[in-house]
Design a binder for this molecule. Structure first.
Ligand code: BES
Ligand code: ZN
Ligand code: ZN
Length: 508
């Protein structure tokens, strides 16, 4: 999809679909809807006024109203898109509204449309432009890759029409580019997450990461069993040993053009890349097991963040460590009761082979520190328990450092994603104490399961000196069961835009 930013009068723009946003300006919560056009353009005002007054369209978030052959406009159709209450209007609602327009156009075989930049005092031009670009691209994704009747009606051109500002201004043009880069990277991850386990094996994930790295100029290494053994990654190897598919340890590196000072932070991103999680010997029930193809969403997110970073070029060093394998039951598979030694030297008693994500991450987190990372962030579809705690609304955020957690939460206002901080203080350490080994991988309690997993990961993060670390549990938010008016069902691509913004916040 090509996105253009132009100075042009909306009335004279020739397009199959002109999109204008409207908000509900109702004074009080229970007073009737007062749909208000977010454009002062007199021709648009005149064309839409009767319909805004008729009460047929209330400007609720995601609501649409189509006018054909609108009077006084070159456009063949005018689509009103609601963005909800005017007092709550932000880049987030605009991102969704832009997505609604794209998902209106696609099934009707309209391959191009034009947005009228909304006018609202609380939303500056550059963030509005970026949000529209992101929303349009995120909406232009569906999961039917393997269907003969794939409705591959992707948008060709989206034009953003602005007036009163110079569309050639560098900051506005870079807002378009940033929006495209972030959303295209999000869709890159969604494509990987949607792939079935027979196609996206650990080896194939390594190939896709290497191809991305070659395209965008990142250094990339893909290792397998031999290297795991050499590094002493006993936890990662234990999970991998039950599968006939070899594991993949993927390392991606981004170096800024001008070298930052040696004491500047080095960000280490670590991803759980289980390309299929059967549960292993502690096998999962058959119902919904097919979903466990998306147990590599954390890995896909980190590869996608590196793709975005390679293009946005922040002045900060970033490396990514992806631990990818299958979790299978087999004659050689690891078993409950086994004791394994992680790369850090800690011994782990295996209680449940379905708690495999924390094992591969334990070695990934340790390895990232040996490669020089001084700030760590991992993302993983780690526990069902995070869904019990937070539902499908917020993803879980765990951290050993308040300032680092806050730095992450602060960028949510830019990206519109939702994360909720959860505890992982040492009060919860009881849950992973073992009689047999240094720690156990689960089993202490049926309560606070998401925190127990975080406590386990924290064991592999340096505490003297403290390495600031964030763990994102995206198990319940990575796959949308139902489509939204602005987004397909399937992989959400959560966390990629926020992690990228968080990384950028470390640039000098
Ligand atoms: N991959 C699962 C977590 C998961 C569950 C992701 C649902 C997405 C949707 C993880 O490996 C797992 O099986 N966790 C267990 C841990 C338990 C054995 C302590 C769980 O959550 O049940
Ligand atoms: Zn599992
Ligand atoms: Zn898993």
């Amino acid at each position: 999809m090509k996105i253009n930013l132009l100075n042009h009068s909306a009335a004279d723009w020739n397009t199959p679909l002109l999109v204008v946003f409207a908000a509900d300006a109702a004074a009080a919560k229970d007073s009737p809807a007062t749909p208000t056009l977010l454009s002062t353009h007199p021709t648009l005002q005149a064309a839409t006024a009767p319909w805004l007054e008729s009460g047929e369209f209330k400007a609720g978030l995601g609501e649409t109203f189509l006018l054909t052959a609108p009077v006084g406009l070159q456009a063949r159709r005018l689509l009103l898109v609601g963005v909800g209450k005017i007092a709550k209007f932000s880049a987030h609602e605009l991102r969704q509204g832009a997505g609604v327009a794209v998902r209106y156009a696609r099934p009707r075989s309209l391959r191009e449309l034009a947005f009228v930049l909304p006018e609202h005092p609380s939303l500056a031009t550059a963030p509005a432009i970026r949000a529209m670009a992101e929303g349009a691209i995120i909406a232009d994704f569906d999961i039917d890759f393997y269907r003969a009747d794939r409705k591959n009606l992707g948008m060709e051109t989206v034009t953003i029409l602005v007036s009163g500002v110079d569309a050639t201004d560098a900051s506005l043009q870079s807002a378009v580019r940033e929006g495209c880069t972030l959303a295209e990277s999000q869709n890159f991850a969604r494509t990987l997450i949607n792939e079935p386990g027979n196609i996206l094996t650990p080896t194939e994930l390594g190939r896709r990461a290497a191809a991305m790295a070659a395209e965008f100029g990142l250094a990339c290494e893909v290792h397998s069993t031999e290297k795991l053994r050499e590094l002493g990654m006993g936890a990662f190897m234990a999970v991998a040993q039950g599968s006939s598919q070899p594991p993949a340890l993927i390392v991606l590196r981004y170096e800024p053009a001008s070298a930052p000072s040696p004491d500047a932070p080095v960000i280490g991103l670590v991803g759980k890349g289980i390309t299929f999680d059967t549960g292993g010997i502690s096998i999962k029930p058959a119902e919904n097991m097919d979903r466990m193809k998306y147990d590599m969403a954390g890995a896909a997110s980190m590869i996608a963040v590196m793709r975005a970073i390679a293009q946005l070029k922040p002045a900060v060093r970033v490396l990514a460590v992806i631990c990818s394998c299958e979790n299978m039951p087999d004659g050689r598979a690891y078993k409950p009761g086994d004791v394994v030694t992680a790369m850090s030297g800690k011994t782990i008693e295996i209680i449940n082979t379905d708690a495999e994500g924390r094992l591969v991450l334990a070695d990934g987190l340790h390895y990232a520190q040996t490669l020089g990372a001084t700030r760590l962030l991992n993302a993983a579809t780690l526990t069902g328990a995070i869904g019990a705690a937070l539902g499908q609304v917020n993803a879980g955020l765990f951290s050993n450092d308040d300032a680092t957690a806050q730095q992450f939460l602060d960028v949510l206002s830019i990206t519109g994603e939702k994360f909720w901080r959860m505890p992982c203080t040492d009060d919860y350490r009881e849950q992973i104490k073992s009689q047999i080994a240094d720690i156990m991988n689960t089993g202490g309690s049926r309560f606070a399961g998401a925190t127990a997993a975080a406590m386990f990961l924290k064991e592999f993060v340096g505490d003297d000196p403290l390495i600031p670390w964030i763990h994102l549990d995206i198990a319940a938010t990575t796959w949308l069961d139902d489509q939204k008016p602005w987004q397909s069902r399937g992989p959400s691509g959560i966390a990629i835009r926020t992690i990228t913004e968080w990384v950028r916040s470390y640039a000098g």
